[in-house]
Design a protein around this ligand. Structure first.
Ligand code: G6P
Length: 466
């Protein structure tokens, strides 16, 4: 049996630290790793200029191998090229890009450092699965070092159209690097198409049979694998969450009021400003909701030392202050806005308590909060998911109340509709979404990606005409 080596910048925290701010990658990959076991390699989360040795730690069937980052590496690779160039670019915000050659070379340097450490542990029969935009060049670097193992790559974020991709200097290298993987996975058809068009029109490559792409002597297969959640296990986790003190306190504080909930890292891609404005409009135009609803927004600070994130935090503070100042009463707060995370089980129980789940990103790869919100609901009295059509999840969860996150009035209307939706319609919508999530859970995601990767790299499957 082949051992699985997963590589990602962020390795899931299993000790409960940094609660709730890890994002979809850590949550999704953790669920997949728990079942398959193997090695999980990545950044320790620590910045340390003196200690660069890799740490090995075994927990259950996962061996964690982590390395620290030097301050300059953190600045150029993580804060710089990954989160001030690729992240805004992939989320359709090129005006937020802060490109510099120095950050790009720091980004490549950290990918080389990861490769050097990986070369110490890769055995000939291992399967290597690399994740996300931080590590796009890693496959190419490993290939150049002679690694012949199956190597797959999965992008958790959206992938831009060629027009947008062209705004980054050296965009061809991004496309070309991805062609060094045996299999590249995307969240949605649109992302997949963006990549294929990039390879064909941006590089002059071509599309062959069976999702294969060719550029010069490089071949790779690119397909869509929408990431998902642990559909079977999550209701039990939500049950456990209902026994926590935090949940009990929230429950008691609500009385008869209906809860709306949003849980997002504090990130400009999440559409929080317009979401707050929509809630403001809901309260301003519909007196009947005053004192009857509470909106809980949980937004742990994320990448706070990147300027665009600091600016966003200030902006949201203003919006929150406006809502509270305008509508609050001495015995009612319309909005509870928290910049910290909670344990997963508590969050899942809170989802279950909420009449409305708000997931309104301006752009999102998948958004696992949307899927988790649905799975956490009580079958006999489910809440309503209000979902942005610009989240990858909307491709599958089309029975949600779908909104355009740029249309503030439209979102305010959708909130009113969700709050007033009759039980039979809520149940119908929920069942329809659950039927998708039962088939397409996190294990199916992992199995289909790794199954395809192994199949594609079996010697007899290589198409000599391609
Ligand atoms: C998104 C990205 C992940 C990232 C996560 C949290 O989900 O796709 O790669 O780990 O955000 O962001 P952070 O910068 O804290 O790792």
């Amino acid at each position: 049996m082949s051992r699985l080596i997963v590589v990602s910048n962020r390795v899931a925290k299993t000790d409960g630290a940094n609660k709730g701010s890890e994002g979809g990658l850590a949550v999704g990959v953790m669920a997949a790793m728990e079942k398959a076991g193997g090695v999980w390699f990545g950044w320790s989360g620590k910045v340390d200029n003196r200690d660069e040795t890799a740490k090995h730690e075994v927990r259950g069937n996962i061996e964690y191998v982590t390395v620290n980052m030097r301050q300059s590496e953190y600045n150029q690779y993580y804060k710089g090229y990954a989160n001030s160039v690729l992240w805004p670019l992939f989320h359709q915000r090129p005006e937020l890009m802060q490109y510099s050659d120095r950050d790009l070379s720091g980004y490549i340097q950290v990918n080389k450092k990861f490769a050097e450490e990986l070369l110490k542990i890769i055995a000939p029969t291992d399967t290597i699965w690399i994740h996300d935009y931080h590590l796009i060049p890693l496959g190419k670097i490993l290939r150049e070092a002679g690694v012949r193992n199956p190597i797959g790559f999965f992008l958790h974020t959206p992938f831009p159209s060629l027009d947008l991709l062209r705004t980054v200097p050296g965009y061809k290298n991004v496309l070309e690097a991805l062609l060094h993987y045996d299999l590249v996975g995307f969240q949605t058809e649109a992302d997949h198409l963006g990549f294929c068009m990039g390879v064909c029109q941006g590089l002059g490559g071509e599309i062959l049979k069976h999702d294969r792409l060719r550029y010069g002597d490089r071949h790779c297969t690119a397909r869509v694998y929408p990431i998902s959640v642990e559909t079977q296990a999550l209701p039990g986790v939500a049950d456990r969450g209902e026994t926590t003190q935090e949940y009990q306190r929230l429950y008691e504080s609500l009385g008869d009021r209906k809860l709306l909930i949003g849980v997002d890292r504090l990130d400009y891609s999440k559409g929080l400003v317009r979401r707050f404005q929509a809630y403001d409009r809901l309260l301003g135009h519909n007196n009947e909701f005053l004192r009857q609803v509470v909106y809980l927004q949980i937004s742990p600070t994320s990448r706070g030392d990147v300027q665009a994130y600091g600016d966003l935090a200030k902006r949201i503070d203003r919006e929150a202050g406006h809502i509270i100042g305008t509508y609050a009463d001495f015995d009612w707060m319309p909005l509870r806005y928290l910049n910290r995370g909670f344990r997963r089980k508590t969050i899942l129980a809170m989802y279950r308590l909420a009449h409305v789940g708000l997931v309104t990103p301006l752009k999102d790869g998948m958004n696992l909060v949307a899927k988790e919100y649905v799975v956490a609901q009580k079958p006999e009295d489910p809440g309503v998911l209000v979902l942005s059509e610009l989240a990858g999840a909307a491709d599958e969860l089309d029975a949600a109340v779908i909104v355009n996150p740029y249309d503030v009035d439209g979102m305010a209307g959708a909130l009113a509709k969700a709050l007033q939706m009759p039980l039979d319609e809520r149940v119908d919508r929920w069942k329809s979404m659950m039927s998708v999530l039962k088939k397409q859970d996190i294990h199916a995601w992992q199995q289909s990606f790794l199954g395809d990767l192994l199949h594609l790299t079996k010697p007899q499957t290589i198409d000599s005409t391609a």
